[in-house]
Design a protein around this ligand. Structure first.
Ligand code: ADP
Length: 237
């Protein structure tokens, strides 16, 4: 089943002077795929991620998310769909500082009815990203790699079908970066669709498929022949 299907999707910025950030992009992504989006700086990767992640709308073309034409949804409906179905991980972590790891992850549950169920879920997810020992730490007391794992936990709290990760290893040392990719691969094994924006070839090879974008145009879309499985344990020698 296609979770994402776009056809001739374009996004331009500005009125008088137009920037063509995304030009006639067409592809589909199946449920359960791990896709890397690659391209140089300014090529349109963030624009594509924002449109696919329902944070922004295309200027023209069609976008079906789980077979629903998103152009027919109003802003409120779009926000509900995004909160229920999509999780985001950013290069800069975007966590609340001076707030505990636990609270950062619990934040999207603010409207949840059953608090004790929610608290259990936060603990389970923090265990999944190997952070059970950091629940009560403030986010400015933990390492960059740990911060990114908190951000992944927060992205997972509503059990989204798709996780978008925008250069998630960009601010990390190589070992922490491998740990983040290892977690994304595990989440993918569990059935989450993963869309990873990166400019590193090595990171892209950890996906099933690599879509290359240059100057707003999709220039290639290829399956990875031998997907690289990573394990942070391999680095601890
Ligand atoms: P990437 O993520 O690959 O670095 P972007 O999607 O950020 O690329 O940018 C693609 C193009 O769109 C660039 O030329 C950039 O300057 C332009 N752009 C991005 N966001 C805006 C904006 N909000 N207003 C005007 N131009 C923008």
């Amino acid at each position: 089943m296609n979770i994402i299907e776009i056809k001739n999707l374009s996004r331009t910025y500005g009125d008088e002077v137009k920037t063509y950030a995304l030009i006639n992009a067409s592809f589909s992504i199946q449920k359960g795929e791990f896709v890397a989006i690659m391209g140089p700086s300014g090529s349109g990767k963030s624009t594509l991620m924002h449109v696919l992640g329902l944070l922004d709308r295309a200027t023209s073309g069609t976008y079906l998310f789980e077979n629903r034409d998103v152009s027919t949804l109003n802003d409120n409906e779009l926000a509900v769909l995004r909160n229920e179905e999509i999780g985001f991980v950013f290069q800069a972590f975007n966590l609340l500082p001076r707030t505990t790891v636990f609270k950062n992850v619990a934040l999207p549950l603010i409207y949840a009815r059953d608090k004790s169920e929610g608290n259990k879920r936060v603990r389970d997810i923090l265990e999944k990203v190997n952070l059970s020992h950091r629940l009560g730490y403030l986010t400015n007391q933990i390492s960059g790699g740990e911060k990114q794992r908190v951000a992944i936990a927060r992205a997972l709290i509503n059990n989204p079908s798709v996780v978008f990760a925008d250069e998630p290893t960009g601010n990390l040392d190589s070992k922490s970066g491998v740990q983040v990719i290892e977690i994304l691969q595990k989440l993918n094994d569990e059935g989450h669709t993963i869309i990873l924006v990166t400019h590193e070839t090595e990171t892209a090879e950890c996906a099933d498929r690599v879509i290359n974008i240059v100057d707003g145009k999709i220039v290639s879309d290829k399956r990875v022949k031998s997907k690289k499985r990573v394990s942070a344990n391999d680095l601890i020698k």
